[in-house]
Every structure is written in structure tokens, then in C-alpha cells.
Design a protein around this ligand. Structure first.
Ligand code: SF4
Length: 271
């Protein structure tokens, strides 16, 4: 990661303030809380990670299990309000997920059906291009990462992402979750003591479970899906011609979200 000096930082912070975009106070960026301890996630070099969702094997209960596993793994808070929703992985109807591919007959079979969505870890990610502090970047293995310490909350990345894959912490999730009145929504928060929580004013999103991949595990959603239905989610290395993900892509017709935008999504859907 490249650093920014203080002068540059103040300039960027000023830009965000002028734009009226809100975000973190400077002291929060310069002195992050200990729960947000910087995560050095080792790179899984030489790979090109991708995910295939087999929609023929999916149902709402399975999607909920995937969402639950991911959000517990990453301490994603349930704030109980759609306006403040933080999501790394979520359900969306066909019409909303694939607007460009909707047709009265093609879409007929999928009408009203939910699809499991997350960050596409785009090959050409517009979110990365617009970030003024390089707090989001693309790794060699294809994962689009976020460093919450460097995020100044300008939300340019959210505006640039055409998939709604990023969420903004309007409040302090740690503080809210320790409020007794709200605790029943998400008891025991944070559920995973090994994963940092976030603070007010930062953007977050799916990281393809980079921390799990680094220790040789599959993403949490893939593990959860595999316990219920084998092959519902397939994750693997596109750079390996013998990988399961390459095999599945070779054998099935798949679609991606808004491919016409040229972002190169690495999330595929068997339909
Ligand atoms: Fe960025 Fe959105 Fe693509 Fe994820 S889906 S890499 S957040 S543009």
C-alpha cells in the first residue's frame, strides 16, 4: 500500500468536506480504535479468484444461510433499519439484479426469484479508480480490498459502483450494537473476535474472505452453502485450467451482472 502525506490527506479531507459528503473526523482516521486494528491479509499470489452461483441449486433458505455465515464472520451489524443497512452479501430479485437482461419472455422463468449477490471483484473496478486515498485497491489475485483506516468516507466508491456492493456506516456499529435496547437484533456482537469491527464514517464490502483464503479455507458463504447443497456456490482460481470453477464455467451457460459496462465482473450465475 502506498502512503499519503499529511498535506495530501488534509487536501483530500477538505475536498470531502466541501463536497458536503460527511464522513469520518480527521482524528478518527489518524487514531483508529483498537477494534479496527489494521489487518495484514497475506496475498494469495498467482491466483485469479472467482465465484459461480448455481441459481438452479439455490433457494431463499440457502441464501439466508450464506448471508448469515458471511455477516457473522465479518461482524456485519444488523442495525434493523433498511436506510442504514450494511451488507456484504444479499438477495435481490432478477429484475433488479439483471436489469439489462430483462425481457418479458426471458425473465418469465425468473420473475420474482431472488439471486444471491455480492461484490463482483471486477477486473476493471470503477470503485478503485475514483478512491482519492487508495483505501480500496485491486490485488494481483483479483480481490478488491478495502482498508477502513484510510477511508475518509467520501463515498465516491459507492457512487462509482454500478452494483450497490458497498455500504456506508452512518453510525458507529460498535456503539449501536452495545446499546441494550438494540442488542436482541444481534446478540453477542461482535460474533467473531478475530475480525475487526468498523467505525462510523467508513465504507465496507465483501472481501471474498481474503483472510480465510490466506489460511487455505473457502469463503464463509461457500462453506455454509456446501453444508446444505453441494455445488450451489463454487469458488476457485480462474488461472488454474483444472480448477472446479473453470470446469463449471466450461460446462454451463452463465450470466454476469451488467457486463455491458466493461467492469469485468468475476461473479457468474448459472441460470
Ligand atoms: Fe467495485 Fe462494485 Fe465492482 Fe465490487 S462490484 S469491485 S465494489 S465496482
Amino acid at each position: 500500500m502506498k502512503g499519503i502525506d499529511r498535506r495530501e490527506f488534509l487536501k483530500i479531507g477538505g475536498m470531502a468536506a466541501i463536497a458536503g459528503l460527511g464522513g469520518k473526523a480527521a482524528f478518527e482516521i489518524l487514531a483508529p480504535g483498537k477494534l479496527e486494528a489494521a489487518q495484514e491479509v497475506p496475498l494469495t499470489g498467482g491466483k485469479h479468484w472467482a465465484m459461480v452461483v448455481d441459481t438452479t441449486k439455490m433457494d431463499d433458505a440457502l441464501m439466508d444461510a450464506c448471508i448469515d455465515a458471511c455477516h457473522k464472520e465479518h461482524n456485519v451489524p444488523d442495525l434493523g433499519s433498511p436506510k442504514e443497512e450494511i451488507k456484504w452479501i444479499w438477495k435481490e430479485t432478477y429484475e433488479h439484479a439483471f436489469p439489462g437482461q430483462e425481457h418479458e419472455f426471458i425473465g418469465e422463468r425468473f420473475h420474482g426469484l431472488n439471486f444471491l449477490l455480492m461484490c463482483n471483484h471486477c477486473t476493471n473496478p470503477p470503485c478503485v479508480r475514483v478512491c482519492p486515498t487508495q483505501s480500496t485497491w485491486k490485488r494481483e489475485d483479483g480481490i478488491v480490498m478495502m482498508d477502513m483506516h484510510r477511508c475518509i468516507g467520501c463515498r465516491f466508491c459507492m457512487a462509482a459502483c454500478p452494483y450497490g456492493a458497498r455500504s456506508f456506516n452512518w453510525g458507529d456499529p460498535q456503539k449501536v450494537r452495545t446499546d441494550e435496547k438494540l442488542m436482541p437484533l444481534n446478540p453477542g456482537f461482535p460474533q467473531n473476535k478475530d475480525y475487526p469491527t468498523r467505525s462510523k464514517g467508513v465504507v465496507e464490502k465483501c472481501n471474498f474472505c481474503a483472510e480465510r483464503l490466506a489460511r487455505g479455507d473457502q469463503p464463509a458463504c461457500v462453506e455454509a452453502a456446501g453444508k446444505v447443497r453441494k455445488g450451489a456456490l463454487v469458488f476457485g482460481d480462474l488461472a488454474d485450467p483444472h480448477s472446479e470453477v473453470r470446469k463449471v464455467l466450461k460446462e454451463h451457460y452463465t450470466i454476469r451482472r451488467k457486463p455491458e459496462l466493461g467492469t469485468g465482473p468475476n461473479l457468474f450465475f448459472i441460470v
